[in-house]
Design a protein around this ligand. Structure first.
Ligand code: H2B
Length: 106
């Protein structure tokens, strides 16, 4: 079971090193990344796979989609910070995106 407790600064720095495409949000404790897919169908397929994961691990993204663009913000609302669940979700998003048609390389 992945922990929903808040990562300390050292654990967060280590997690970010392993997630080079993700940045810290400027406004609040959250991870964020933009994905660009070839079209809406590819973006929606990606979001669908992530939605199923979100339900399975009971951890849900904040996200925005327009056509092939998907912007994801990950934070753990229950603890007011970034947890291992956000890191798990980010890794899965990277893996699903790597297997999807893209508009251009990330
Ligand atoms: N998703 C995210 N991103 N953060 C949470 O704290 C969270 C969640 N909490 N999904 C879950 C649901 C919680 O509200 C339920 C009751 O387990």
């Amino acid at each position: 079971m992945v922990s929903r407790s808040k990562l300390d600064d050292a654990a967060l720095a280590e997690a970010l090193r392993a997630l080079p495409h993700w940045t810290l949000d400027a406004e609040r404790p959250a991870l964020r990344r933009r994905f660009d897919f070839a079209d809406f169908s590819a973006a929606w397929g990606f979001m669908t796979r992530l939605a199923l994961l979100a339900e399975r691990i009971d951890h849900h993204p904040e996200w925005f989609n327009v056509y092939g663009r998907v912007e994801i913000v990950l934070t753990t609302h229950d603890v007011g910070g970034i947890s291992a669940l956000d890191v798990t979700f980010a890794r899965a998003a990277d893996a699903f995106a790597a297997a999807s048609p893209k508009a251009h390389a990330q």
